[in-house]
Design a protein around this ligand. Sequence first.
Ligand code: IPE
Length: 283
Amino acid sequence: MPTTEKNITIIKLGGSCFSDKKVPRSLHVDVIDGVCKQLEGAGFPLIVVHGGGSYGHPVAKRYGIHLGWQEGFGDQSAGFCETHEAMVELNHAIVGQCLKHGIPAFAVQTSAVFLLEGGAVSSARLDAVDALLDQGLVPVLYGDAVVDTSRGFGIMSGDAIIVELANRLKHRVDRIVYLMDVDGLFDKDPRQGPGARLIPDVVIEGGELFVPGEAGPARLEDVVQQGGASIDVTGGIIGKLRALAHLEDKEVAINLICGRNRSSLAGLISGAPVPCTRVSIKR
Ligand code: IPE
């Protein structure tokens, strides 16, 4: 029976990387294909976690699923189920691409693994994920609509899943790679025109995010010009990074890189310098 003694890398396929947020249920199959190509024969144990993109977010937002039971959102039971169904459809497509590339991907239903209570994780049954890793397989989890025993339901983001996996698996997670539509975090949106600067380092300290600089650290929120309306129900990139403050192992290597080209991920894996934002957590 194959067992894996090596440390685990988690790849987070961010929704912005593989889908167009303006077009419901849009999937850039070429992007998934490129990511899988770069992971072929990776030679180290992997978990893939993908986000919701224009599959999960718009449905969740329409029905207020991230808010739990609320007046004024229509039939939230139907919305809860529809959000999950959208994620299952997306997951099916992503796992299918992985299999085409010889990656032994195995879908793990997030909402069957985790329960929330008041928005916090109250139950996590991760033995199957550990067992899949023991078999040399690649568990694929995803942001999902999850039962919340006090609010009815909620959304568990891919980023919250990553923290739970890193903190609770019997295997050690030593690297987390965020695949984005751009090279990392910028001081302003690089898609809106020239002049945006890549932020090479972000430090998480005491739950806050800082950008180191010659004049001392600056709060990330003060450095980054944030966009306007969004389909995102899970807090955008800053919310995602803030979730990482809950990682118990502060030594995990965390990189934000572009998942849309066919070279950054392979470069990072091989140890080559690639444009990225590195995230470190201070004790
Ligand atoms: C969101 O997960 C899942 C749902 C809306 C159901 P994420 O928050 O991880 O998704 P992305 O990466 O932002 O799309």
